[in-house]
Design a protein around this ligand. Sequence first.
Ligand SMILES: [Zn+2]
Ligand SMILES: [Zn+2]
Length: 143
Amino acid sequence: MVMSVSLAASVAIFCVILFGRHLLRRWRHHRRITTASMPRDSPNPGLAPSTIASLPTFAYQKAIDRSGNATSVQCAVCLGQAQEGEMVRLLPKCKHVFHVECINVWLYSHSTCPLCRSDVVDSPKVAKKVEDGEASAPPELPV
Ligand SMILES: [Zn+2]
Ligand SMILES: [Zn+2]
């Protein structure tokens, strides 16, 4: 009687251990998939949100050229003219100007100027990597 009870107990413990290892393996497998599917090495690198936010922004004011005519700036993203007082963003390297909302959307998936295709900032990949490190979520806990 005592023998059979202890046998049953050890079988039960064995089952619990097996099941626990099975869960752990599934969890590790799940984590590996989650990590692999992160857009870390995306072939379509945009700029980090912090990099986009660091680009100079100002309220657009029409410049007056030498002949006294107001020069207007066309946003190459929406093809609309920048209006007096509208918030625009200047790309520091090529000096092209766009609406803030237009260039923000563009830069989430591109790291180059939509007009002249030159790099918006130096080595955008490094900036992106730093942002990823800061923004990485804590690892998922098993349910
Ligand atoms: Zn625009
Ligand atoms: Zn440009």
